[in-house]
Design a binder for this molecule. Structure first.
Ligand code: AGP
Length: 611
């Protein structure tokens, strides 16, 4: 969840670290700091708040450093404060560490270190690492920094991506990882390390993604990776083909709006090359049609928005492929004892590909013998590497913390998967599959139409902005869509929102409704449209302010709703793709009217690499 960057070379390190941290800020933004090595000593500067605050403070210094590490934090252990901001240092201040992940046994390690005379300055779990490295370096055998880091990490339980400096090895940065991403790369000026490729793309497109328990030693002239036994190894290069503008706002006021507008492209790219000679093909799944035909149970596991994509897909897999499909929050699945056989397919869905709960559930499913597919947006991410087959969502880098384009990419990929399963099972004819695929492709244009009428959401946003709570309702596909609508609204506008299957409203939530209470309804034309209208009546009768997402040409809805947001007609199975777009726009508009930062909402981080 935190962002790590490090550099050693001929350029000014401060500039590179700040640039990298700004790119990584979406991973956490409650404090930021750098450690710069200068004339054989290490200077640490940290600030609470965003990278901008750190940059402002650094502008008052004149550091001349060519080697340093930086960090932007999402607090786990210890509240956001300057003292808890990384880098953390050893007692003597000669070792500095930045860390992404969680050290589960830090309390026990800290107790031992204190008993041995170490003094702590922060409440973080990370600080133990600096002291452990310091202790290892005191060994009479005079270990190198690499050896000391290797020794220190041996006793750590938990997850970590680390970058470490020691003033006695000037110009060297040691990096390593376990269950937390680390990438390294070089350009003609020096060597780089980061927790995310995005921090390196300006320097190099060829990066090495470290595996668990691997180390890297960076110097101005070299970059060498090592295995767990500290033997030199060569890590294959991964070439990044993202456009650099994935990391820029491209004229939009915020990343969220830019990413919402990229969705038609995401749909097209995700579907490109999937229908060949009238048959669906997803080669990356590495599963024969015969093996797919044997699948008799599907589990979709995910968290947050990705979980909502799974809720949508369940309907499609069961309706089209006639395979029982269960959707589970990954953090629950990993601690249950689900029924898994060799013919069970588990699909782990994760935008970042590094969500700790999803990854743990995926591993557990593999151990239990399931065939595992990953659906992710990040090439080379743990979910991609640890799955038997993978579908990439082609959303390109998503920066705004609230998922939009990657969600749509997931829904489209899962729709494809449902069609593929139906093709293998023979539960849909090839004609039906071709027609559904064509309609799926057409949703790109329909989303463009919705985006061209973006202003439609403004009156509804004004009507909702002063509310303290809102209810999202729908039935069938609409019930799943409403879950995502509620999450989007609450995460970026801090307006409490709940989603309910509309038929459930009368079993409790209706008690919330009084004059002006916002009810946002997915009321598109579907087999349950009339039922939704009845539910709207019930809400209206109690004074609710009703915002309806409705199908173009539906005039009847106007007599039920105070605000109507029209979207083009699509078949019900594909309605999540179109109906979620106005909900994204609505959430953003409400958040802006409430003065919120839509790209970096409070308390959240883009990837959740802790349990
Ligand atoms: C989405 O808007 C949220 N920020 C969050 O719910 C997210 O979807 C969740 O943390 C799962 O992330 P993942 O897809 O990267 O695994």
């Amino acid at each position: 969840m935190c962002g790590i960057v490090g550099y050693t070379g001929s350029r000014q390190a401060q500039e590179i670290l700040l640039q990298g941290l700004a790119r990584l800020e979406y991973r956490g933004y409650d404090s930021a700091g750098v450690a710069l090595e200068q004339a054989g000593s290490i200077e640490v500067v940290c600030r609470k708040g965003k990278v901008e605050a750190l940059a402002h403070t650094l502008s008052h210094f004149d550091f001349q450093s060519h080697c340093g590490i930086g960090h932007t934090r999402w607090a786990t252990h210890g509240r956001p404060s300057e003292a808890n901001a990384h880098p953390h240092t050893s007692c003597a201040g000669d070792v500095a560490v930045v860390h992404n992940g969680i050290i589960e046994n830090f309390a026990e390690l800290k107790e031992g270190l204190i008993a041995r005379g170490h003094q702590f300055r922060s409440e973080t779990d990370t600080e133990v690492i600096a002291h452990l490295v310091e202790e290892a370096l005191e060994d009479p055998s005079q270990p190198t920094l690499l050896q000391a880091v290797a020794q220190a990490t041996e006793v750590l339980i938990g997850s970590f991506g680390l970058a470490v400096l020691w003033d006695q090895e000037p110009g060297t940065v040691v990096a390593c990882r376990r269950d937390s991403p680390i990438v390294v790369g070089r350009d003609e000026t020096g060597s780089y390390v980061a927790s995310d490729i995005i921090a390196l793309i300006e320097a190099t497109r060829d990066v090495m993604i470290l595996e668990d328990n691997q180390f890297a030693v960076l110097t101005p002239d070299s970059l060498q990776c090592y295995n767990q036994d500290l033997e030199p190894i060569s890590v294959p290069l991964t070439t990044i083909d993202w456009a650099i503008d994935g990391a820029e706002k491209g004229g939009y006021p915020d990343f969220m709006l830019k990413e919402i507008h990229e969705q038609p492209r995401v749909i097209r790219d995700t579907l490109a090359g999937r229908l060949i000679n009238g048959a669906l093909t997803i080669d990356e799944l590495e599963m024969t049609p015969e093996a797919l035909n044997l699948v008799d149970r599907v589990y979709l596991i995910a968290c947050g928005t990705s979980y909502h994509a799974a809720l949508i897909a369940k309907n499609l897999i069961e309706a089209w492929a006639r395979i029982p499909c269960e959707v589970e929050v990954a953090s629950e699945f990993r601690y249950r004892d689900p029924i898994i056989t060799p013919t069970t397919l588990v699909v782990a869905i994760s935008q970042s590909g590094e969500t700790a709960d999803t990854l743990a559930a995926l591993r557990d499913a593999r151990v239990k013998g399931a065939h595992v597919f990953g659906i992710t947006n990040v090439v080379g991410s743990p979910v991609a590497r640890e799955s038997d087959g993978v579908i990439y969502t082609k959303a390109n880098k998503e920066i705004a913390v609230a998922s939009t384009k990657s969600f749509l990419g997931q829904v489209v990929s899962l729709t494809l998967l449902a069609l593929l399963l139906a093709q293998s099972k023979g539960t849909l004819t090839s004609g039906q599959i071709r027609l559904l695929f064509k309609e799926l492709v057409d949703t790109a244009e329909q989303v463009e139409t919705i985006l061209s009428r973006e202003a439609q959401v403004e009156p509804a946003a004004r009507a909702c902005k002063d509310a303290t709570s809102a209810l999202f309702i729908g039935r069938g596909m609409g019930a799943a869509i409403s879950q995502e609508g509620a999450l989007k609204l609450k995460e970026i506008s801090y307006l409490h929102a709940e989603a309910y299957a509309a038929g459930e409203m009368k079993h409790g939530p209706i008690a919330l409704i009084d004059e002006g209470f916002p009810v946002i309804a997915i009321a598109t034309k579907s087999p349950v449209y009339e039922k939704v209208l009845s539910n709207l009546q019930e809400a209206k009768a109690r004074g609710a302010l009703i915002v309806a997402i409705a199908t173009e040409g539906d005039e009847e809805i106007a007599s039920y709703a105070d605000q109507v947001i029209y979207i083009p007609k699509v078949r019900d199975a594909l309605s999540p793709i179109t109906a979620s777009v106005p909900l994204q726009l609505l959430a953003r508009a409400v958040a802006l009217q409430r003065g919120c930062d839509v790209d970096q909402p409070r308390n959240l981080a883009k990837s959740v690499t802790v349990e």
